[in-house]
Every structure is written in C-alpha cells, then in structure tokens.
Design a protein around this ligand. Structure first.
Ligand code: PMP
Length: 450
C-alpha cells in the first residue's frame, strides 16, 4: 500500500529467500552506502542514486551529514576523545598498526613477538573490569565466540543455546561437534524443560550422559534490545549443574552503574557466570573480543585455543584504545567523564524509548537498553522507511530476513551517550513523520503527543 505508493519495493510477502534477495537487489540504492567519517553522533554518508536510464548506480561526490542512529558506539569512544585518541596515536607510532605475529611464537621461544606490553596490560585491565580473575583477548569479537566454543566443548558435550543467540555463537556451537539444543528465547522455564529432558535434578556431573553441559546466553540481545533474564537462568544452571557462558557484546560498558554490564545491572555475582565473553567493538570504540574466567580456564585456553595460538594478535592501537576507554569509564583518567557518559546513555535510551512508545510505535526491548528495534513487520516497508529517514538526514539500520524471521522486519535504533537531547528530538520528529508515511504506528498515540 503506502510502500508501493512511494514506488519503493516489489511485494515480497510470503515469497522465498530467492525473491527476498531479488528485492534487495532492486532497492540497493538504499543499502550499503559507505560512511566517510568516524561513527560519531553525526557522520558523513556517501550519497548514491539510481541512474534512471540504465538502472546502474552512480556514485556522486556529495556527502550527507546524517544523525547516526545505527552504530554501536554506545559511549561515544569511537570518535576523537581527549584521553583515548592521543594515546592510541602514540601507540600507533610506537608499535605500528600490527604486531605481524601470533601471541605464541613457538614452544621454545624465549619471547612472544605478538604479545606487546599493551596486550598483557589489556588482559589485566579487562579481567579487573569485568570482575574475573583472568582474561584472554582476541583480534575479533566474532572469532572469540566461534573459536572458543569448540575449545571448551566437543563431541559428547551438550550446548544449550538461546534461540536468538548471535551467529558467531551458532557457528561456534556447530563447529564444536557438541550436541546443540535450543531453548525458547530468554525463557528460563523452557531452559529448565530442555535440561530436564537430558538429566535429572541433582544428578552428579560424573553420572550424567554428557561430558559437559554449557548454557549460552547474551547480556543484551542485539536484534531484540532485551536484557537477559540472567538471575533466573543462573538459578536453573546451578540447579542442574550446567556451566554458563555469557556474551556481553552489547551490554559491557553500556549498562550498569559503573558500566560493568548486565551482572552489575541485575545484581548478579560474576562468580556465578563461568565464562564471560564480550567484544570491544561497541562501548569501547575499538575492535576485538575477550574471554574472562578463572585463572585455570584462561591458562587452558592459552595452550589450546587455535585462535590464540595461530592468529595475529589484536592491533596495538586497538588494544591501547580499549585500555584508555576502560580507564575513562572507571574515572582513572582523573575526570568524571566516564560516569557522565554512563548516565547519559541511560537517560538517552530511556527517553528515546518512552517517546517512541508514546507516538504509537511498537518498540522492543527493556529500559536501560540502548538497542531499540521499531517493528516494521512487512519487509517491503524497509526501503521506504530507511530511505525517507536518510532523505531527512537520519541514518537508521533496518534488519530483515535472514537476520530476522521473514515477517518480523524492523528498524534497529542504537542510542549513544554522544547524542544530545536536541539530536534525539530531531530524530523523533523525523521517525514520527516517516512512521506515518510508511504506516508503522501500530498503537494509538498518547493524546498530548500527536
Ligand atoms: N556477539 C554478539 C552478541 C554480537 O552482536 C556480535 C556482533 N555485533 C558479535 C558477538 C561479534 O562481534 P564483533 O562484531 O566485535 O566481531
């Protein structure tokens, strides 16, 4: 209807993957526009438009300055920062962009040229920050999940995974050779049902048919904006003596009074989570990932994990960026900027979420979460929504099949501490207008708002 009125998309409702991909090809001028600046609150998006005659895409020299509602730069560290940036530049000069070496040079080597003093400092810093005795860092967050799970478990073990876990977890679980069972998204009672099918309550670990049982969840679900029901999940895991693996990609640094993630926010003792995983690509404005746990676990991973043994270590300036941003978060830079950023992301997220709801949008997720999907449902609404927002200088990320079920397309808003209240008000005006145009206000607006 309104989508076709704008001439944006062929109908793809109910059609197969093949047709959805064809839809994406037809509307590709809406997608994949390169960015030519840091992913700050405002950034530069390269403008492209269709050439009407031959339908090929023409790149223009023009850049649009857009309000960025799409990146994971939750605390605003992925832009010039008075404390982090000079230190990252210094480390670039001193260590170069790459160590050009793996963490471990060989059994008989007296030194490890892929391990700089920044790498050891980073691992101490991460362990201290997340509240675990030790940590190990990797060059990529995705690889952290996909390479660690196969080291932790294998044939004869059982992985019980939340149905909406990230693809890096799915990949790691499949690659491990362990049996994988899925429980209904964020539903502790269903987790218990799945566990009860496999073992009985109180059965000692040595008498069970599984070598190990590991339950994998995320702190904040990136397509849902929901907080993990971690306290309830932990209760079930303790009851059935299953290990817990928590991916905090979207929650570490972003939630909790001092930015220490969902454990801090939900009052969970980190000793109750066996393996804590996270990425540096969001709140810390860098790249890479970590695993944190007991000293024994980390020691074991150091000697067995191929992604540690055979991959080039995390880039030194990236490592320095993480160390510096953690120091700012903890106030160890001598300022209160970290605390202010944490207060700001919380206020911004809660303000934006409640205003969207008042306007009549269906918004997923929980309070305090900076991730807020606005439901579009029909994937044919995606191009209209994202293009009309971009025309008004608001950049949003839209997500559809295969990242979501076919008819659960959504726009996924990510809020940052670097957004000002004025930025958010402008964004709300635009999203409100485009929401009317595309027909995605599924609830009545609150009277005083519209
Ligand atoms: N885990 C989760 C929950 C994620 O959302 C992502 C990516 N956004 C990753 C892992 C992979 O992290 P990275 O992008 O840092 O490689």
């Amino acid at each position: 209807s309104s989508v076709n009125d704008h001439g944006y998309a062929p109908i793809c409702l109910g059609l197969e993957d093949f047709y959805v991909r064809r839809l994406y090809l037809r509307i590709q001028d809406c997608f994949g526009r390169p960015i030519s600046s840091a992913p700050d609150a405002w950034f530069d998006v390269v403008e492209r438009h269709s050439n009407d005659n031959n339908k090929t895409l023409k790149r223009t020299e023009n850049m649009s300055r857009c309000l960025n509602l799409g990146s994971y730069n939750y605390l605003g560290f992925a832009s010039s920062d008075e404390y982090c940036t000079p230190r990252a530049i210094e480390s670039l000069k001193k260590f170069s962009p790459s160590t050009c070496s793996t963490r471990v040079d060989g059994a008989n080597s007296a030194m490890s040229s892929g391990t700089t003093i920044l790498h050891t400092e980073l691992e101490e810093c991460v362990a201290r920050f997340v509240g675990k005795p030790a940590a190990l860092v990797f060059g990529m967050g995705y690889v952290t999940n996909s390479a660690i799970l196969p080291v932790l478990v294998g044939k004869g073990a059982l992985i019980i995974s939340d149905s909406l876990n990230h693809n890096s977890i799915v990949n790691g679980a499949r690659g491990s050779g362990a049996t994988v069972r899925v429980f209904q998204h964020n539903t502790p009672s269903h987790l218990e049902e799945v566990l009860r099918e496999q073992i009985s309550e109180g059965q000692p670990r040595t008498r069970r048919p599984w070598k190990k049982i590991i339950v994998v969840v995320e702190g904040i679900y990136s397509m849902e904006g929901e907080l993990c029901k971690l306290p309830e999940i932990i209760t079930v895991c303790k009851k059935y003596k299953a290990y817990t693996y928590l991916d905090e990609a979207h929650s570490i640094g972003a939630v909790g009074k001092t930015g220490r993630g969902v454990c801090e926010l939900l009052g969970v003792d980190t000793a109750d989570v066996d393996i804590m995983m996270g990425t540096f690509t969001k709140s810390f404005g860098s790249c890479g990932g970590y695993i944190a746990g007991s000293k024994e676990l980390i020691e074991y991973l150091k000697y067995t994990c191929p992604a540690h043994l055979y991959a080039t270590s995390i880039s030194p300036p990236a490592a320095q960026q993480i160390i510096s941003s953690i120091k700012v978060i903890l106030g160890e830079d001598g300022s209160s900027r970290g605390a202010q950023k944490l207060a700001r992301i919380r206020e911004n997220s809660n303000f934006f979420r409640s205003e969207l709801k008042k306007m009549g949008f269906e918004v997923l997720g929980d309070n305090d979460s900076p991730v807020m999907p606005i439901m579009l449902y029909n994937p044919a609404k995606i191009p209209a929504f994202s293009r009309e927002c971009l025309k008004r200088n608001i950049a949003v990320v839209t997500v559809a099949f295969p990242a979501t079920p076919l008819l659960l397309a959504r726009a996924r808003i990510c809020i940052s501490a670097s957004h000002t209240r004025e930025d958010l008000i402008k964004a709300l005006e635009v999203i409100g207008e485009v929401g009317d145009m595309v027909g995605i206000k599924y609830f009545p607006a609150e009277p005083d708002k519209q």
